[in-house]
Ligand binder design. Structure first.
Ligand code: ADP
Ligand code: MG
Length: 286
């Protein structure tokens, strides 16, 4: 039937078409990643309700929210650990199903978790290549792995480690986090997700991780960073997004917020002062 064939062609075009209503950022770029209408529940607990979010290359998005707001669930959903019950993720304008961390890596999405970042008993090189070891004639290609690990650390100016062959257990918290970040960006990543990367760090170590985050942005990566510390967020974030009880209640350039408005969004889901102009993402257009 000609009618059916026509409908099928139309459908394919729709899928391949760029989603409408994407919000270009100030220099007109389209988001690298778009989340639209993401729902996620665990049994009776609804962790995310219709979440929309845009993440841009060359920008740091600070994801804020009180404990239990859904920040980690959202991160793990983008990272392929959780699967949304509803909604769609678009990567470079294509609808994607990210079913595993491997799927995420294949797209160029890498995640740095606060705790699970590294294996203590392994050295820096082993950690950076864990599960993705390079082989040469059936043996581990230690030379080439060592060379690339050293190069990555040096381009990110992670210079305080004495030897890349020292076990990760012997590193300071800041060094560990730097190695975890370097590991994440070594794989041609396009998006790096950092869930509370500075939570366990002192002032100096936090400083070096924040500098590292800025360097990722300067290398053109999209970065999403979760932090409880609004000083950190305001220092590195180009955009700020706020989750409140599983709902995205704000998502806009950082310059449109002040500390008080972010705190209000985090604690009440709304703000009485500066009106929040919903972006296309926040208002749910695709
Ligand atoms: N694996 C899970 N099983 C059941 N409930 C979960 C799971 N992960 C998160 N939750 C629940 O989802 C909500 C959001 O959690 P989370 O994303 O960890 O919050 P946070 O913003 O502090 O990172 C919480 O109510 C939490 O208890
Ligand atoms: Mg969390």
């Amino acid at each position: 039937m000609p009618g059916q064939g026509y409908r099928r062609v139309l459908k394919m075009t729709e899928v391949n078409e760029a989603p409408k209503g994407a919000v270009p950022n100030s220099d007109g770029a389209e988001p690298l990643v778009k989340l639209r209408g993401i729902d996620k529940h665990f049994g009776p607990v609804q962790a995310l309700y219709g979440v929309n979010l845009d993440l841009y290359s060359g920008q740091v998005t600070g994801l804020c929210g009180d404990n239990g707001a859904g920040k980690s669930v959202l991160t793990r959903t983008i990272a392929g650990v959780h699967h949304p019950d509803a909604g769609q993720i678009f990567f470079e304008d294509r609808p994607v199903n990210i079913r595993s961390a491997r799927d995420a890596s294949a797209l160029g999405i890498e995640t740095v978790y606060q705790d699970l970042a590294l294996a203590d008993n392994l050295d820096i090189v082993q950690n950076m290549f864990l599960g993705r070891e390079r082989l040469k004639r059936g043996l581990l290609d230690e030379d080439s792995m060592e060379k690339q690990a050293a190069e990555t650390l040096s381009t990110l100016r992670v210079t305080t480690v004495r030897s890349i062959r020292q076990p990760v257990a012997s590193l300071s918290g800041g060094q560990r986090q730097s190695v975890a970040v370097a590991k994440a960006v070594m794989w041609n990543s396009k998006l790096v997700l950092l869930d509370e990367p500075t939570a366990a760090l002192g002032v100096v170590q936090t400083r070096s991780v924040l500098d590292l985050i800025k360097r990722l942005r300067d290398r053109g990566l999209a970065v999403m960073v979760i932090s409880h510390n609004l000083n950190d967020v305001f220092e590195v974030a180009d955009r700020i997004a706020v989750l409140y009880l599983g709902r995205m209640v704000a998502d806009a350039p950082a310059s449109t917020f002040d500390r008080q408005s972010v705190v209000e969004y985090m604690t009440t889901g709304t703000t009485s002062g500066r009106p929040y102009e919903a972006s296309a993402a926040a208002s749910g257009e695709v």
